[in-house]
Ligand binder design. Sequence first.
Ligand code: NAP
Length: 298
Amino acid sequence: MSAKLIMGTEIREEILKEIKREVDEIKAKHGVVPGLVTILVGENPASISYVTLKIKTAHQVGFKEIQDSQPVDISEAALLALIDKYNKDDSINGILVQLPLPKHVDEKKVLNAIDPDKDVDGFHPVNVGRLMIGGAEVKFPPCTPAGIQELIVRSGTKTSGAEVVVVGRSNIVGKPIANMMLQKGPGADSTVTIVHTRTKDLAFHCKRADILIVAAGVPGLVKPEWIKPGACVIDVGVNRIGVNEKTGKAILRGDVDFDAAKEIAGSITPVPGGVGPMTITMLMKNTLKSLKFKLGIA
Ligand code: NAP
């Protein structure tokens, strides 16, 4: 049996349409649109292409979008002053600082200077705390985990009472998605296990998973025999394993042996085209939410 593919590329379009519809309604009723600023320091090519995609998506959903490019030698004080300016700007609902920052700048200090109510990436300690508390406290779930949860829910996967195993315990994927899946309420209510490099028997835990979320960054780490027949497999890994000689583009693989796994799983995300497209989509959703909180309509 071949698993159902959970296509992030398709679910992204569905969500972006929903966002655009809401933006149009808010614009008609309140005369405002969500405002998103991206601060880009220097000219890192990967950062530029990521920021370009964010701008394109923001335009697609009708946001006001500002790209604020700063020279690589900008001082930490100047960067903090810039964030302060956008914190006070009423037309801006989301502030994003593209990482990595140059070495002379304290990344943590800069990210923590963002007003938590405009921290649409969801990495500010205040938002991490809100996520941990759960329920109505949550303002901005971090984008990749939020995208993973949307894929699980929109693919019709039952989460209540499900055994969820998360491979990886990073602050940006593993820990937040584990926390989100164990909260009370729809799309969660799961029994969660987190595994990592010190786990004694990785295969044992993976085999128990009704929903297996893999975010290790190790190509092909999860073997087909570790997958419970019929399980939902979310492969977060993005690993560059070579370059396509014809196109010059990177060849990407996930953390799961996809070809074999899809014969055992009930549903599975491909790499690319699964989790990847969801991150920027959820950034748009968080920015819209930020405006809705401000208008008191969230
Ligand atoms: P990370 O910070 O390197 O964390 C990797 C985690 O996996 C660590 O907790 C590590 O355990 C664990 N791990 C690594 N090798 C393992 C092994 N052999 N057995 C068990 N656990 C192992 O990575 P990340 O930032 O979470 O990203 C993970 C993957 O997701 C990467 O491929 C990244 O490119 C991808 N990613 C994709 C998106 C997206 O699609 N939008 C977004 C973010 C990340 P220890 O803690 O014990 O070291």
